[in-house]
Design a protein around this ligand. Structure first.
Ligand code: TA6
Length: 313
């Protein structure tokens, strides 16, 4: 853990007190100090438990009652706190992957490595808990992205998980974004699972010179896999025979689905997946990427949505 100076820690803890005064929901939602003292919202209701870091607006964990965790999270906390947490749901925005023209800009944009503020917290009638966060723009983010753009995240934690990413173009010019909810799903053994829903879809195979191919049947993983499926609005189902469950991923306003597993070699290069962590994760990412970038007109909003539910086999 990097040592924070006492003043920073005191500021962060003061923030914690303010956050809990303004946004805690007794018995259901509380803010605690996470990595480097960064506030984390802990949600614990009748349906599920979840944690969300204000660094990156990063949903780190989600576990419905009576089920195994739905999200995979590395137990390696990167030493550099500007590096995104490995696992959970990193937010890729306002571009996906390397920047189109300037490789010095951060991969997957800057939303996942900057701070978010709390806008609202709500206990919903059905017993779910909802939190709304907003990306805090800084000189650095405005240099990377000069267009006035508001980005909000709405997370609703119930027996299902709902994640919404709202881009509001508050500038006077159209903006074009790439984006992804880069979700790391927990699986019993990635070699014993299959992803249904992408049959016949065209995809870009980043492991084969970005050749465009067509999916035949279910997606299975037996080595490093990195694919952007295009022009698909379909639900995906992760059939996990080891954990004896299905994870159903439903989406709105998303035309791309990204499938990624680093396998042994890339996991070793990344260095933050833990020992054989790659065997227990599969990224199925609700996205708009490659051919499917989104243009938002001045004053308009784009509303990316993902719903995740667990079904016992
Ligand atoms: O979504 C797949 C991908 O774009 C892969 O190419 C790999 O880079 C992965 O994201 C992880 O990226 P990160 O920057 O989080 O290490």
């Amino acid at each position: 853990m990097t040592t924070l100076n006492l003043q920073t820690l005191k500021e962060r803890l003061a923030t914690l007190e303010t956050l809990n005064d303004d946004f805690a929901i007794a018995h259901y939602l509380e803010f605690k100090a996470g990595r480097d003292g960064i506030p984390v919202a802990e949600i614990n209701n009748d349906h599920a438990v979840a944690t969300i870091s204000l660094q990156g607006g990063h949903l780190m964990t989600f576990r419905p009652r009576d089920h195994d965790p739905v999200l995979w999270l590395s137990n390696f906390a990167p030493m550099d706190k500007n590096k995104p947490i490995r696992g959970g749901i990193p937010i890729c925005w306002p571009w996906f992957g390397p920047h189109a023209t300037d490789k010095k800009k951060p991969a997957h944009g800057f939303a996942r490595t900057n701070f978010w503020k709390v806008i609202k917290t709500t206990r919903i009638d059905n017993g779910a808990t909802q939190i709304v966060l907003e990306l805090i723009h800084t000189k650095e983010t405005q240099t990377l992205w000069p267009s006035a753009t508001q980005l909000q995240l709405v997370v609703t934690v119930g027996s299902q998980l709902k994640v919404e990413l709202l881009t509001h173009n508050t500038s006077s010019e159209p903006i074009t974004i790439g984006e992804a909810l880069h979700t790391y799903f927990q699986v019993g053994d990635v070699r014993e699972m299959a992803i249904h829903g992408l049959d016949n879809c065209e995809y870009i195979d980043k492991m084969d010179n970005s050749l465009r191919k067509q999916q035949q049947g279910a997606v299975t993983i037996h080595n490093q896999t990195d694919r952007v499926y295009l022009n698909t609005t379909a639900d995906c189902i992760i059939e996990d025979s080891r954990l004896k469950r299905r994870l159903r991923i439903t989406k709105q306003n998303s035309q791309s689905t990204v499938i990624w597993n680093p396998w042994e070699g890339q996991a070793a290069q990344l260095g933050d997946c833990g020992y054989q962590g790659y065997l227990n994760m599969i990224c199925v990412e609700v996205a708009n990427a490659a051919d499917n970038l989104v243009t938002v007109k001045p004053g308009e909003r784009h509303h990316l949505q993902m719903m995740v539910s667990v079904e016992v086999l």
